[in-house]
Design a protein around this ligand. Structure first.
Ligand SMILES: [Ca+2]
Ligand SMILES: [Ca+2]
Length: 195
């Protein structure tokens, strides 16, 4: 039963957490060099392109406010590394007080909020914000596309940066009751089938 409870509570937190997410607006971001990032029409996605004049193309915002009751920050990515290009992507949260240093912010277990993409691929990232020391404050969010070659055929799309809050107790209770009911029914069925 312990196992069922663990499964149920993680489903509950996941579903309830998704209910009132804050979507980050990319139209408030800057790109360096300018013109290297194309923000999608609803500002929920961006594609960052290489630039022949620099090794690092940056897309960032130093004042993303993180509500005190935040639980997760999630986003999707799709990195397309051009043929015979030698590039990578680094996406991270940084301390906004001094962007020049780009100090990575860390989670409750002291792991940096940071991902590296070394070759083409897409996926979703979930960062657990619980216990982080910047809750209720602002952070920097940055996408760096790094070029280690002379070709400029790579690009990275980042989309749906969401901050989901800790679900409210009422929602948790309702969902838990429902899911425990379903789990209980499953157990009963299995017992019935075995006997
Ligand atoms: Ca690479
Ligand atoms: Ca390249």
């Amino acid at each position: 039963m312990k196992k069922y409870f663990a499964i149920v509570s993680s489903i509950v937190l996941f579903i309830a957490g998704g209910s009132e997410a804050t979507l980050i607006d990319f139209s408030t971001f800057e790109s360096d060099p300018s013109g290297t990032a194309k923000v999608g029409p609803d500002s929920s996605s961006v594609t960052v392109y290489e630039d022949p004049s620099v090794m690092h193309v940056l897309f960032y915002n130093s004042s993303i406010s993180i509500p005190a009751d935040s639980m997760y920050l999630t986003f999707d990515y799709d990195f397309v590394e051009g043929f015979e290009n030698d590039d990578d992507v680094n996406i991270y949260l940084y301390d906004p007080s001094d962007r020049a240093i780009m100090t990575r912010l860390r989670d409750a277990n002291n792991n940096p909020f940071e991902v590296f993409l070394y070759s083409s691929g897409s996926g979703s990232v979930t960062w657990n914000l619980l216990g982080a020391d910047f809750l209720g404050d602002s952070v920097g969010f940055e996408v760096d596309l790094n070029s280690w070659d002379l070709r400029t055929d790579s690009h990275i799309e980042v989309s749906n940066v969401n901050i989901t809050p800790i679900p409210e107790p009422g929602t948790i209770l309702l969902l838990t009751t429902g899911l425990l009911g379903i789990a209980g029914y499953g157990i009963r069925l299995r017992k019935k089938w075995k006997s």
